[in-house]
Ligand binder design. Structure first.
Ligand SMILES: [Cu+2]
Length: 402
């Protein structure tokens, strides 16, 4: 890619003529809503849908479609169609496949409720249950989580869209009975994308049983919109659908991996880099064999938004084989699934066989944990950006060709 970038740069400089990049922009159809950030000369544009408008069996949480950066398509879709909770030794509630289509209010400035806005001077960012939950045994309930509501703020449903200067942040919150899940996506001016998932509480049910939550994002990549995206693992190209672990050793302590998607012709792409906290909980830490993989790359299909077209609360296993079945990944529109999980540990229960006031971990079952990867651009579109003529190169600036 580097060779291609330099070659392209040399060509452009050598030729010394004006080349206008073809800038695209998403067309959003109701109930999709268009976001352009910044409002003038946008770096990022996309269509967003709230959890109750998302696709898939019992929804897919916050859903973003036709995500463009600097006029170039990056993703056709980003959402979170598979969500699970499981309990130690099958105790308590046993296990569940949670729903993702029941939005629940967020405490936020009215300036950012379901449209792009800025937080008032001295104001507070949009707050979810996860932002509030820092006590190991206390639950704060639904919005406003036991807090006073400041003037200009309210508890409201939908997507909060905050202009944070160097990035724009979208926040959704949805409820599945005892739990309130936060889905966030930050789009940075420098091209990075940071999705985070927060596993919060609505009440304290089964707070006294150690349990795990699992969220799977699904990123449908069509880099530059040409339908010939290539997938690689740590730089090695893949030819057929696969599933694998975040590290070679199958658990914390192994060598970190990355996953890349790129346009087969131009070399422009994105690299998924796991967050440090993504490594904290082993893939199958519960030992119940419901979740055995971290990353799945598949050929995307219309209306295939997960491992099963049906929804059942008691379908506790993620069925990898339904997605990974030998199809080609060569120059397609791939869907990359990425799993993150957290453990909510109750008193004197973890690790197995631990002793109270000795080797057991402290209870943290109601402390909300928030995890997620970073997606970083690479290739020519990340290396040299002409911001103000040939002699000023500003990495990460808006792509403007002269
Ligand atoms: Cu929990």
């Amino acid at each position: 890619m580097r060779t291609t970038a330099l070659f392209g740069l040399a060509l452009l400089l050598g030729a010394g003529f004006v080349q206008e990049a073809v800038a695209g922009s998403p067309t959003c159809v109701s109930p999709e809503t268009k976001l352009s950030w910044p409002a003038d000369n946008p770096v990022w544009e996309m269509c967003w849908l709230a959890p109750n408008q998302s696709v898939g069996p019992r929804g897919s949480g916050m859903e973003l479609r036709n995500v463009y950066r600097n006029g170039q398509l990056v993703m056709r879709r980003a959402h979170a169609p598979m969500l699970f909770a499981e309990y130690k030794d099958g105790a308590g509630g046993g296990c569940y496949r949670d729903w993702k289509d029941a939005r629940t209010p967020i405490l936020a400035s009215t300036n950012v409720q379901n449209h792009l806005g800025t937080i008032p001077e001295g104001g507070n960012p949009a707050m979810t249950s996860c932002d509030r939950s820092v006590h190991p045994t206390t639950s704060y309930g639904t919005c406003p989580y036991g807090l006073p509501t400041p003037p200009g703020y309210s508890c409201t449903d939908g997507i909060m869209i905050e202009d944070l200067g160097d990035r724009v942040r979208l926040t959704a919150q949805y409820v599945a009975d005892w739990y309130m899940y936060s889905s966030r996506f930050e789009f940075h001016a420098d091209g990075r994308m940071s999705p985070t998932f927060g596993f919060g509480n609505r009440n304290g049910t089964y707070n006294n049983v150690t349990h795990w939550h699992h969220n799977y994002w699904r990123f449908e990549f069509d880099i530059e919109g040409t339908g010939d995206t290539v997938v690689s693992t740590s730089g090695v190209d893949r030819t057929t659908e696969f599933s694998e672990l975040r590290d070679a050793a199958g658990g914390p302590g192994g060598g970190p991996r990355t996953w890349e998607v790129r346009n087969a012709t131009t070399g422009n792409g994105y690299r998924l880099i796991p967050g440090a906290d993504d490594y904290k909980v082993a893939t199958n830490e519960s030992g119940r064999n419901f979740h055995l993989t971290d990353v799945i790359a598949t050929q995307s299909h219309v209306s295939e938004y997960g491992d099963t077209p049906n929804y059942s609360l008691s379908d506790c296993t993620m069925h990898t084989a339904n997605l990974v079945n030998g199809e080609s990944l060569q120059n397609t529109v791939p869907a990359l699934y990425y799993r993150v999980a957290v453990r909510d540990t109750t008193a004197n229960s973890w690790p197995p066989g631990c002793t109270a006031n000795g080797t057991c971990q402290a209870q943290d079952s109601m402390v909300c944990k928030s995890v997620g990867p970073t997606l970083v651009p690479f290739g020519p579109w990340a290396e040299f950006i002409f911001a103000d003529g040939f002699d000023v190169l500003v990495p990460g600036a808006r792509r403007t060709w002269f």
